[in-house]
Design a protein. Sequence first.
Length: 875
Amino acid sequence: MVTKFVYMFSEGDASMRNLLGGKGANLAEMTKLGMPIPQGFTVTTEACNDYYDKGRVVDDGVIKGIEDGIEKLEAISNKKFGDKNNPLLVSVRSGSRASMPGMMDTVLNLGLNDASVEGLKNKTGNMKFAYDSYRRFIQMFADVVKEVNKEFFEEELVKMKELKGAASDMDLTGEDFKKLVSTFKKIYKEKTGADFPQEPKEQLMESITAVFRSWDNPRAIVYRRMHDIPSSWGTAVNVQMMVFGNMGDTCGTGVAFTRNPATGENLIFGEYLINAQGEDVVAGVRTPNPIAVLERDMPEVYKEFMDITTNLENHYQDMQDVEFTIENKKLYFLQTRNGKRTAQAALKIAVDLVAEGMVTEEEAIMKVDPKQLDQLLHPMFDVKVLDNATPVAKGLPASPGAAAGQVYFTAEAAKEAKDKRDERVILVRQETSPEDIEGMAAARGILTVRGGMTSHAAVVARGMGTCCVAGCGDIVVNEKEKYFTVGSYTVKEGDFISLDGTTGKVYIDDIKTVSPEISGDFATFMAWSDKIRTLKVRTNADTPKDAIKAVEFGAEGIGLTRTEHMFFNDTRITSVRKMILAETEEARRAALNELLPMQREDFIGIYEAMEEKPVTIRLLDPPLHEFLPQDEKSIVKIAKEMNVTVEKLKAKIESLHEFNPMMGHRGCRLAITFPEIAEMQGRAIIEAALEVKKTKGFNIIPEIMVPLAGEAREFKYVKDVITNVADTLIKESGIELDYMVGTMIEIPRAALLADEIAKEAAFFSFGTNDLTQMTFGFSRDDAGGFLDDYYTKQIYEFDPFAKLDQEGVGQLVKMAVEKGKSTRPNIKLGICGEHGGDPSSVDFCYRVGLHYVSCSPFRVPIARLAAAQSVLMNK
Ligand code: PEP
Ligand code: MG
């Protein structure tokens, strides 16, 4: 059977999203609903995949499908492609399964050439419109298809405006635009070495191929990695008849959200420009009017607009983001999609939709992206400090939240400051464009001079949950010289400013921020998630403070306390170093005795914070050299403090040196060599539990965790050290206390022999950081340096340290679960690697039958929601 690569809008519907992409499927659905949609066709995602499969060649079947599609459009519209009297003009736009705003490109007015522009002029009697459309087409085609920087063209437009004393584009005449067209064609030839293509079919095929190509551009790859979108999805391409918002004052174009995308408020929220084409709104070139102005300008159009958007929202049962154009008072919709929104808006909309009876709680749960919740958990400005700060400028509150940091004026500088110097970064730009995506991702806040609430900066920042103030005309930016001025202030690269994305205010201070709370819609929504999920969610916490924070965020226990973090504290590190330098067991025990009361206090604090919730405490894990100084100056200082010679200290450091410390003397291997360390820690854990039981009455069942085991006998040796001390202490105390000794599964061998290990271990906790490191053979500390090459070459699509590699590492997890249960059916199973807070990895944990996931406090709500969604997705 011949594959059908092209579908007319009238042939599809919303269920065909995988094939037609989001935009194509929705255009088909709206056509089916009888809405005013300029007709067109969709080239499928399969055509895109086929293009890549064939080594970047468009199949003849695809070309044929496109030619047929154009013929059908000619018949529908009674116009002809490239005709000098009545030309058919189309737009070409990408549309993948998941919306990727700003990542893919659009070409408008395709079909114009030196002959058809005259046809358009004669037919509309509007020379200015015809030549304005043509010069836009040349610029867009050059930019998107040939990668000629649009600034070359924009400079000419500015020059022409200066020459004519025109304040805006609209003050130029038809003749002016005609001149610009010829200048633009010259630039095109200069930059590409070829004449601007006059044949519409060639224009079309080149544009469609450019959309296919753009699926694989570096920005798209970065965006996909950030949003878990596999490259195998491909993108569809939509070819749609043009309607014109730039034919005069009864025309216009705009974007609208059926609810407020920043707050979630149930009020239409949109912007439009009279006499303009779509990209003018999105690019932020002209600052648009609020949608309410349309009600005044064209009341009947506004009414129809409101009726249709309400229908769309009811039909899709979600907030819609629509693009529309008005051509001579006739309204057209160019697309609809579920609108991107801030986390705050997402929760309000989800809770409101349930209250309005539009969706069930379960449906509402599926509407919020768990990763987005992160936005709500990050700091806001401390109101007290804010009260005393004076804003110096105000822009649009484009994406809420607070950010304070150092100013950078290019995406590269922002990224470098974050990656290399770990600075808090604020990206300041005239306006952002898709090339800035990595700089935007690195920034805590984004400030732009131009652009409205639907500009690129605003849309992308909201998607990322990054605070953004857009359209801040109060500031004057000089990107080249790296400074901006506002009033009498000059802010240079590296200076601190603060942005309030909720009010749009800008401050020249480094304003203190405070932690958020879970309340209101957030609390309601999380309670629904908790009703549904079956996976427990614990936290990784090393201090009572972190543990308390995590409990506020809904943690049901601690899945990992890394005890080494307690050893770095100033007062303890000396005892730790004494222990390391000790030459006899006796001396080592003496040093450990100094540490014992401190460790006991640590654990008492944690147990008290967690009340009776389960707590897993892990024995010392890192190689010992991490506790010793490395540079000459510190070595001399510490030798003095320790009362040993510099030579002796250096000799010890030398003796602890390992070529691969991550695969060296660490984890339970330390306890094999120095069982007294495990003994001290076991004692502290049990004594603390006995103490808390006695003073607070809390019945704690400590879960003592042995790291890095790879062999049952190794685990058993360490377990015996612990049980000996624990049983003696419990017996002596006369208090009843249960405890468990279990292990991490973080060495591939442990997964392979999990049945043997489970005979001894009461629980498994998957340490997927190390398990990933050891399975891939990638150092977790160094892989970041070369993994980028794997992403750009599309060998790996995702960072395996962030998102569990289900194909490879996942097999080991699955095997260990099955083997573990085979010898100990009631074995307790959890995960404490970083993956425990990643939604797709949480889903994997649910599917393989773990009992809990454990993640950092700030990711606890993410894991709670992801766990609820897993239940619903796997029903
Ligand atoms: C792990 O390896 O997944 C783990 C949780 O331990 P750590 O990160 O401390 O090595
Ligand atoms: Mg580990």
